[in-house]
Design a protein around this ligand. Structure first.
Ligand code: G1P
Length: 295
């Protein structure tokens, strides 16, 4: 199965991490030493995806700029022999052959944001969707695991899944279906943000999806649902009626950088992956914050 395009809904206001997002796109907030968006893009590139369609709002153009070359800066760093920095700024421009931005003028929900990318995806290609709030630490990359599972089962689409405690189901899309193997289910039921006691299982949707363009038709027919918005989850319920939709319990860890405590935790975990930053963090946690001008 060839998956060429990654759709990234990135038009949100980032109200769950204010004031950081007062004048910065949420997707450009630093997580360890890279912007949040870097991780979702790298995962897609490492999964074999070659195009990215960013669905943005006015004022969020900086997300696309991060994935373009800055020839002046490249020349400057090259002249000064700053090879590490040069490699770091050049990397994101190499992830994709092309990056397009599409404006979502009105905030009508995740489903509506995905629909905005319809013409960028085209009519006959299976595509991927990533919600960059969910940072996936997976090997192979999460989207790759999902594409592999689609190939194995001849599926038309896939969703990344994780089991959550019953008390957390209301925060997610929840799915149910028939077990195919220990990691994969065929999905027949999807409910976005179920009310207490109404979740069909404990399997929650994490922000990674694969679908063929029939999903766009389903979204077009989907009325506003949970929180008054057009939901991808509701459109996928239509999709699953006639298409084979699987759920993949990926190998790895999902970090939720979408609210303030999750964002701080994600910072901590990703910084700790780097031995230099890890040492700094360990020193501080062991010895406390060093005092200037100690007597
Ligand atoms: C979105 C989806 C939801 C999914 C979640 C994963 O919700 O609508 O189905 O479980 O992402 O992060 P949001 O976090 O935008 O409320």
């Amino acid at each position: 199965m060839k998956v060429t395009t990654l759709v990234v809904p990135a038009a949100g206001l980032g109200t769950r991490v204010l004031p950081l997002t007062k004048n910065l796109a949420k997707e450009m907030l630093p997580i360890a030493d890279r912007p949040a968006m870097h991780y979702a893009a790298k995962e897609a590139a490492d999964s074999g995806i070659t195009r990215m369609a960013l669905v943005i709002a006015r004022g969020k153009e900086s997300i696309a700029h991060y994935f373009t070359r800055d020839l002046n800066l490249e020349r400057e760093l090259s002249t000064k022999g700053k090879t590490k920095e040069l490699a770091a700024i050049s990397e994101p421009a190499k992830f994709f052959d092309s990056v397009v931005s599409i404006y979502q003028d009105e905030q009508k929900g995740l489903g509506h944001a995905v629909l905005c990318a319809k013409s960028a995806v085209g009519n006959d290609e299976t595509f991927a969707i990533s919600l960059p709030d969910d940072v996936m630490m997976c090997e192979p990359p999460c989207l790759r695991q999902m594409i592999n599972a689609c190939e194995k089962y001849g599926a038309d689409g896939a969703i990344a899944l994780v089991s959550v405690p019953p008390g957390e189901a209301h925060r997610y899309g929840i799915v149910a279906g028939r077990e195919l193997d220990g990691r994969t289910i065929q999905i027949d039921t999807l409910v976005e943000k179920p009310k207490p006691g109404e979740a069909p299982s404990n399997l929650a949707i994490m922000g990674r999806y694969i679908a063929n363009p029939y999903l766009f038709e389903c979204i077009e027919k989907t009325a506003p649902g949970a929180v008054g918005e057009i939901q991808v989850t509701d459109a996928l319920q239509q999709f699953a009626k006639t298409k084979k939709l699987i759920g993949v319990r990926y190998e790895g860890t999902r970090l939720d950088a979408g609210d303030m405590t999750g964002y701080i935790k994600t910072q901590f975990i990703l910084a700790a992956q780097n031995p230099v930053y890890r040492k700094i963090m360990e020193d501080i946690l062991t010895n406390g914050v060093p005092r200037d001008n100690a007597a």
